[in-house]
Design a protein around this ligand. Structure first.
Ligand SMILES: [Zn+2]
Length: 206
């Protein structure tokens, strides 16, 4: 997709932002990708790369870090609740979580922007996914994770080559620390933060 087909805008005031912006420069709200024109069309998916079907909708030039995520099966599990009920088998993704769809796009964009390191606050799955895609992108990765998180999950993140920072506290504490880390690193090298959670912002995020 060409950069002119989309813009990064504030979800609250609508102000246009640079692609490297983390929050709105005017009101500090979170940002979203807004699409323009009618160029967004479905493509024929490349072999073993289901996400390429949606490349016309993604805010990247080419989805260079497509590692086989997406395209997971729908399994019919019954006719309860007055309708046909299906489950999406997201454990078929590379790190067994739907987070891989976002990580593929996020890390592709990081490569496009020339980013050298990323950091992410996570309770487990997001951290593993970001670490996995960062490794394949050749980007340094730091994961802030709760000390009480699943130990096997932490070990899997470590095996991806990520630096792990164990934190005492809840997700708000993780988020705050990784944001401080990102600010320090951004002064010395290209760095971005991967948002591990959407919606209501943490109470101490300002
Ligand atoms: Zn704003």
């Amino acid at each position: 997709m060409r950069s002119m087909d989309y813009q990064i805008r504030c979800t609250r005031c609508g102000r246009k932002q640079e692609e490297t912006a983390f929050r709105c420069s005017r009101c500090n709200s979170i940002l979203e990708v807004k699409y323009y024109g009618s160029r967004q069309t479905l493509h024929k998916a490349e072999k073993n790369k289901p996400m390429t079907r949606y490349s016309g909708f993604l805010p990247v030039k080419t989805l260079s870090l497509d590692l086989g995520e997406g395209g997971t099966a729908l399994k019919k599990v019954g006719n309860d609740y007055g309708c046909e009920l299906y489950l999406k088998v997201e454990t078929a993704n590379p790190t067994k979580t739907f987070k891989d769809r976002g990580s593929a796009v996020e890390m592709t964009k990081a490569v496009e922007l020339g980013v050298k390191s990323v950091c992410c606050a996570s309770t487990g799955n997001m951290g593993l996914s970001v670490a996995y895609y960062a490794k394949h992108a050749g980007i340094k990765c730091t994961i802030f994770i709760s000390r009480s998180a699943n130990k096997k999950k932490i070990e899997k993140i470590r095996r991806q080559g990520a630096r792990i920072v164990k934190v005492d506290g809840d997700f708000n504490r993780l988020w705050s620390l990784q944001r401080s880390s990102r600010r320090r690193r951004a002064r010395s090298s290209a760095a971005i933060t991967i948002l591990g959670r959407r919606g209501k912002k943490p109470s101490d995020s300002r």
